[in-house]
Design a protein around this ligand. Structure first.
Ligand SMILES: Cc1cc2nc3c(=O)[nH]c(=O)nc-3n(C[C@H](O)[C@H](O)[C@H](O)COP(=O)(O)O)c2cc1C
Length: 429
């Protein structure tokens, strides 16, 4: 049975005028950051109609998850060299950071123009700051603004209602999404878990989706398909211990046919991405695997997911391009930042499971400590000798098979269809 369309209830939705900040948008270069602005220029000088922006890109069948301290601008540069079509999410940026650093925004928000399609993830619990942060970010031309309702980190979740705790307050999330949407012209989305602590029934998840989508313009949800435990386990354990329940994700597709859902959690290779899509997923988001093994995961996205041509680049060619980027960006934030270690960090996993990988990491450590190693070029000269030419000069190898039957019986496990509280009352009456 077709149940809900967020659109049908939007007429009753009123935005929150006190936090709508609509000003003419113009990208102003901060003189202090002229160098980095030039290097990390965004294509934001002219405002673009979101429909046109979206039309330029292939759909987000595959995206790289937001990961704090991992999916920074350097990692995304590498990711974009390996895949032209993957959607790239930023690390979560707290609204407060953007607001308080408003004279230093390029450092947090600028990115090379070829990183499109790119999604900015915001975190926060203060409507004014979320509104202001969205408006400040707008000139940077992100393709979508995502709101974090999934992070269980005590640093985030412990400070009032922030991250995954927000799932317990869908009305607030709807307000937050409304003020975000009111201050941007691009689509907005929510990334959440399937539950929090004992609030882990399918119906509670549906209540959250229903309220947020009907009370705000949110039409896209990214579902990290495990619940979060707020009992003090580490964020890493919170990505490992609560079991994955893909059947909740697939039930959402059935019960909210007018919304778009991206599946996330525990999907480790391209074969598994394709299996999720074949099962009906609208899009698949991959986190750790895309960071820990970027060449073999991202290297297949354009061909195996989008049916597009491969860039044909070898790892040596990718590194040559990355070197140009890296040497251009070193030191441009001031105080020697970013430094070589920060720029090289995403490359440390570039030779995952290849001959020479451990030596490469040891040589990298030595190069970080070598005062003569002041450029990415000199870093490569010192460390890349660890990697055999045949590894550097080969195109991406055939994709490995995924785990068999990852989604095999998911349709049999689907929970019963969602019924809103109103429907329950009507049925009982
Ligand atoms: C180091 C790290 C940092 C993360 N930071 C964020 C974040 O900033 N925002 C967010 O929504 N999720 C964050 N996550 C969660 C991922 O986006 C993703 O939901 C999770 O890793 C499950 O996907 P995976 O199994 O493909 O890794 C982080 C995960 C990792 C490993």
């Amino acid at each position: 049975m077709v149940k809900f369309s967020g659109y049908s209830l939007i007429s009753s939705f009123t935005p929150f005028p006190s936090v709508i900040i609509k000003t003419p948008r113009r990208f102003v270069l901060d003189s202090k950051h002229t160098n980095s602005s030039r290097r990390l220029s965004t294509c934001t000088q002219t405002y673009q109609n979101p429909k046109m922006v979206v039309a330029r890109y292939l759909p987000p069948l595959f995206s790289v998850a937001p990961m704090m301290e991992w999916t920074d601008v350097h990692y995304r540069t590498l990711a974009r060299l390996v895949s032209k079509h993957a959607w790239l999410y930023t690390e979560m940026l707290a609204a407060e950071t953007i607001v308080y650093q408003k004279d230093n925004l390029n450092r947090f928000l600028a990115y090379p123009a070829d990183q499109h399609p790119i999604v900015l993830q915001l975190g926060g619990n203060n409507l004014e700051n979320l509104a202001k942060a969205t408006e400040l970010a707008h000139p940077y031309g992100y393709d979508e603004i995502n709101f974090n309702c999934g992070c269980p980190s005590p640093k985030v979740a412990g400070h009032g209602c922030f991250g995954v705790r927000l799932m317990l307050d869908p009305k607030f999330v709807a307000e937050a999404m409304s003020v975000i949407a009111a201050n941007t012209d691009v689509p907005v989305s929510v990334k959440c878990r399937i539950g929090v602590d004992d609030h882990d029934s399918y119906n509670e998840l549906c209540d959250f989706i229903y309220k947020v989508s009907s009370l705000s313009p949110t039409k896209h949800f990214i579902i990290h398909s495990r619940k979060a435990l707020l009992n003090g386990i580490s964020p890493a354990d919170n990505r490992r211990i609560p079991p994955l329940k893909y059947e909740f994700y697939y039930a959402l597709l059935r019960d909210f046919p007018d919304l778009t859902f991206t599946i996330n959690g525990g999907i480790n290779c391209i074969d598994e991405v394709n299996a999720a899509l074949e099962e009906g997923a609208h899009g698949v988001m991959v986190g750790r695997a895309a960071y820990n093994n970027p060449w073999n995961v991202l290297g297949h996205v354009d061909t195996a997911i989008y049916g597009a041509q491969s860039s044909g680049l070898t790892r040596r060619q990718v590194l040559e391009k990355y070197q140009v980027y890296g040497d251009g960006v070193l030191g441009t934030y001031g105080n020697g930042r970013p430094n070589i270690r920060e720029v090289i960090r995403p490359l440390l996993n570039f030779f995952y499971s290849e001959p020479g990988n451990s030596l490469w990491k040891r040589k990298a450590d030595a190069a970080f400590l070598n005062p003569k190693c002041t450029t990415i070029k000199s870093f490569f000269e010192e460390a890349l000798v660890a990697i055999p030419d045949r590894v550097l000069d080969s195109p991406v190898a055939e994709a490995p098979p995924g785990r068999e039957g990852l989604f095999a019986n998911v349709q049999e496990l689907l929970p019963p269809p969602y019924r809103t509280a109103e429907e329950e009352i009507v049925t009982c009456a």
